[in-house]
Design a binder for this molecule. Structure first.
Ligand SMILES: [Zn+2]
Length: 157
């Protein structure tokens, strides 16, 4: 899965991602994926899917689109870095319009830089969740995101 473009809108960040290999499209490709996802981000167990009649994400985790997993990983990283848990995301696709394997992931945010940092961290985490290997240090990632939040960028409020 690759991030193609990121657009910061006033109310959300839109991420265009592409899954190149057909077999990498869904989390059902490996039954270890759900376990690895919950091991690195236990908070995912309490996520709900607002775009699917309030189903819990834990129910979806074993067999859902990989970009949908990416959406929830970004939101969880943001929450761990202090963003409100009420922020929502959505994963949509129209393969006929955009091409096969292209997904549009929309993320609400409270701090755009934290959201962008979480998108970058999520890419690394997704690689581990899909393929295994050495477990990434999620605490270090969220600490970095927490620091981004305090960057003194604005001059007025
Ligand atoms: Zn969802």
């Amino acid at each position: 899965m690759r991030v193609h473009s990121i657009t910061v809108c006033p109310d959300r960040v839109d991420v265009l991602v592409r899954v190149e290999a057909e077999r990498m499209m869904r989390t059902s490709l490996d039954e270890a994926i759900a376990g690895r996802a919950l091991a690195v981000l236990p908070g995912l167990a309490d996520h709900r899917c607002f775009n699917d009649a309030g189903r819990s994400f834990a129910e979806e985790l074993a067999d859902t689109e990989v970009p949908h997993l990416f959406e929830h990983v970004v939101l969880e990283l943001m929450a761990e870095a202090g963003s409100p848990r009420s922020l929502k995301g959505e994963t949509a696709w129209d393969f006929r319009r955009d091409g096969r394997g292209v997904f549009r992931v929309s993320l609400e945010y409270d701090d755009d830089l934290v959201c962008l940092g979480a998108i970058k961290s999520a890419g690394r985490l997704i690689r581990y969740i899909l393929e295994g290997g050495e477990q990434p240090d999620v605490r270090a990632e969220t600490l970095r995101l927490t620091e981004i939040r305090s960057w003194p960028l604005g001059s007025s409020s």
